[in-house]
Write a protein that binds this ligand. Structure first.
Ligand code: LLP
Length: 414
């Protein structure tokens, strides 16, 4: 395991987390290189006998060091903005192995992606298809595109991260897809390279994922019969991880095997774009207890990390396990773990039995995905440091922001 107790201290691989706190301060995100590699290899191993590509979804954790690590392992990338494209290229990723998703790509982003040789633009509407064709004509080159199809399948996950239903802003309705493909096939500026879907995130069960892949497969066959031959099928990301003891999401292998079975012997390259399942359990957030605040109705541990560092608990009512970095001499009690931000929604965990006192270090587990990536400067709080551990060494991969960083882009008019 990548985060375990050794000699009384919770460690990331071979490095005690209190060493990291001493060197880099708190709050601090800590990632395990071995954990990221092993999750990636689980995909790679399950797909070994198939023409396939794993495009890591950059939004989950976009630190350059994480992207560089995955690029070296051979991953492609799934991006949703020009900013993410710049990160991928800076980290040594291959534009040709990169997919550009998202409902609101700007002209400038599409142009940039084409100029850099993007592998595929996942088109999310007819208007976007027309925009891409226009840009391609202007640049006198063909744009590689796929349609992101909304298969109208319930991912059975949190409504904020469910994307495959008819009500969703994402993708092109399944019933519309064939007509649009046939239209796109007549646009000489477009090169139809594939088809994609993504029904939602944090799926515990592979069944809806596999069902969506199956629907794509049928569509691919119908399109082939109509003369539109696609080179890849992108089944999306969304594979869940375990946040809480007792949860038993199906493992990566079950999602991959189910998909392989559903798509059978079709010749298309198979693409997965996982984010959370690669980095989620590969990261923790370490934070220090500032105050113990007993109350009539609730007891609070006020810590130095807050909702601006990790917004998942208030935003999705998400559960993150809280552990002591070292056993504390303090008495056990039931606490809400809260931050310094001025919002009642500023909690990292609620009603947890913990023994911790002022100055103790806590680790918020499973914080590698959508943690730092969704952080903000709310309340003018500089963003946390990020550290990547490899064996016995800890590398600072993002320095803690300074107070000057907070307003470096601002000006007071003269
Ligand atoms: N592909 C597409 C097109 C996506 O929209 C997403 C995530 C992924 C792949 C990666 O999904 P994953 O494998 O990470 O589940 N902030 C939320 C999750 C939002 C996911 C958005 N889309 C959270 O913290 O739970």
């Amino acid at each position: 395991m990548s985060f375990d107790y050794r000699n009384g201290a919770l460690c990331a691989e071979d490095v005690p987390l209190d060493d990291i706190a001493r060197r880099y301060g708190t709050p601090c995100y800590v990632y395990s290189r071995a954990a990221i590699e092993s999750a990636y290899r689980e995909f790679a191993a399950a797909l070994a006998d198939r023409d396939a590509l794993v495009c890591y979804s950059v939004k989950a954790n976009s630190n350059l060091a994480v992207l560089a690590l995955l690029a070296r392992l051979g991953a492609g990338f799934d991006i949703v903005s020009g900013g993410e494209l710049a990160r991928v290229l800076t980290a040594g990723g291959d534009a040709r192995k990169t997919l550009f998703s998202g409902v609101g790509k700007s002209e400038a982003e599409i142009e940039l992606a084409m100029a850099k040789g993007i592998g595929c633009i996942n088109v999310e509407s007819e208007a976007e298809l027309e925009r891409i064709a226009r840009i391609a004509r202007r640049l006198a080159r063909r744009a590689p595109v796929a349609l992101r199809v909304n298969p109208d399948i319930d991912a059975r996950t949190h409504p904020y991260i469910s994307t495959g239903l008819r009500e969703s802003k994402f993708g092109i309705a399944h019933a519309e897809a064939e007509r649009l493909y046939l239209r796109a096939a007549r646009m000489p500026e477009l090169e139809l390279v594939g088809i994609g879907c993504h029904i939602g995130s944090l799926l515990a069960d592979a069944a809806p994922f596999v069902a969506a892949a199956g629907r794509l497969g049928e569509l691919v066959d119908r399109l082939a019969a109509a003369g539109v031959r696609l080179r890849h099928i992108d089944v999306g990301g969304g594979i869940g991880i375990r946040y809480r003891e007792g949860e038993s999401p199906q493992p990566i292998g079950a999602f991959v095997r189910g998909t392989l079975a559903a798509l059978g012997a079709r010749p298309q390259k198979l693409i997965f774009d996982p984010g959370r399942s690669i980095v989620g359990n590969a990261g923790v957030l370490i934070t220090r207890v500032e105050y113990v605040k007993p109350g009539a109705a609730r007891n609070f541990l006020v810590v130095d990390a807050a909702m601006n560092d990790l917004i998942r608990p208030p935003l999705y009512d998400a559960w993150h396990e809280v552990r002591n970095v070292r056993a504390s001499g303090a008495a056990e009690s039931v606490y809400d773990v809260v931050g310094p931000v001025c919002e009642s929604a500023d909690f990292l965990a609620r009603q947890r039995r913990l023994a911790a006192g002022e100055g103790d270090l806590l680790a918020i587990l499973s914080a590698g995905a959508y943690g730092m990536a969704m952080s903000s400067n709310y309340n003018s709080r500089p963003r946390a440091a990020e550290v990547l551990v490899h064996g016995t060494s800890a590398h600072l991969v993002r320095r803690r922001e300074s107070v000057e960083d907070l307003f470096a882009a601002e000006q007071i008019p003269g």
